[in-house]
Design a protein around this ligand. Structure first.
Ligand code: ATP
Ligand code: IP8
Length: 256
């Protein structure tokens, strides 16, 4: 049985994130991704994508991360609309390639407390995998018991799903070759005890969820539970799917 896999497509990969508010999708990249996934369609796959310029600018404009009241609640709609429209396009592109992809919107079935997912049911995702379907989730705005609403990143979703479902491999495709050291070389293995030696920053673009730093925070939490994950450049997607060398970073548990 092939490995049950979570793949996250970074928002910088599937949108023109540098374009700020433009919300333009890299449809050519999406089609290439869909072709690669089609070649490996025997892999039970959960796909998660980031928002890029289809969500981060809206979340920033309405200051969702500072908390939501009646004054800025319209931002919930605007942010969810932007990222769910991107999700619709992702799903359509995968379906055009013959994959049985379907949208799963966190806003509709998940609740957070203080920015952390706290209430959700994942049974339907397991059942979809059993049927060979590809659930496609995304970073989203979700209602929050303490803050009104908050932004849950695709990276947080990766962690929660990997913790709760029985997953064999976790890969995050992004616009850099992996976690980079100050001299630009890829850090091939990252463990919590060495993370402080590397200068890990935010995103180069509009991003309310912490860029690379946010990603590493979530993945080190996974590593603390003994679960390994990988970050690689999108051009190495086939290498990740086939389990060959993608030249990126493995985030590993400390004891190994
Ligand atoms: N040490 C580092 N190594 C690699 N990238 C880094 C580092 N520090 C900061 N970065 C930035 O992090 C970015 C990747 O994080 P970002 O959150 O933008 O990616 P993403 O997952 O594609 O986006 P999204 O959050 O929209 O899904 C890189 O493009 C780079 O600018
Ligand atoms: C900004 C929104 C709506 C989601 C952010 O998810 P991310 O792009 O994975 O950080």
């Amino acid at each position: 049985m092939p490995d049950r896999t979570i793949l996250k497509l970074g928002g910088s990969v599937i949108t023109h994130k540098a374009g700020g508010d433009t919300g333009t999708v890299r449809e050519d990249v999406l089609r290439e991704v869909a072709k690669a996934l089609r070649e490996y369609s025997d892999i039970p796959l959960i796909l998660i994508h980031g928002a890029g310029s289809c969500g981060h600018p809206q979340a920033k404009r309405y200051r969702i991360q500072e908390g939501v009241s009646k004054n800025n609640r319209v931002g919930i709609y605007e942010t969810h609309l932007a990222v769910s429209s991107l999700n619709e396009l992702v799903v359509r592109t995968l379906r055009n390639e013959g994959l049985e992809a379907i949208s799963v919107h966190p806003f509709q079935g998940m609740v957070a407390s203080g920015g952390e997912l706290s209430g959700y049911c994942l049974d339907h995702i397991n059942l979809m995998l059993d049927l060979g379907m590809v659930p496609v989730l995304h970073g989203d705005v979700v209602m929050d018991t303490m803050k009104g609403a908050c932004i849950v990143s695709g990276d947080q979703l990766v962690r929660v799903l990997a913790e709760k479902l029985s997953i064999d491999r976790i890969g995050l495709a992004t616009d850099v070759a992996g976690v980079l050291d100050v001299d630009g070389t890829v850090v091939r293995e990252l463990r919590r005890n060495m993370a402080h030696t590397i200068r890990i920053g935010g995103s180069g673009h509009v991003d309310v969820t912490g860029g690379m730093q946010g990603k590493i925070t979530e993945l080190l939490r996974l590593a603390d539970r003994g679960i390994e994950s990988e970050i690689f450049h999108i051009s190495k997607l086939r290498e990740f799917l086939s389990g060959t060398n993608h030249g990126g970073t493995r985030i590993k548990p400390e004891a190994e």
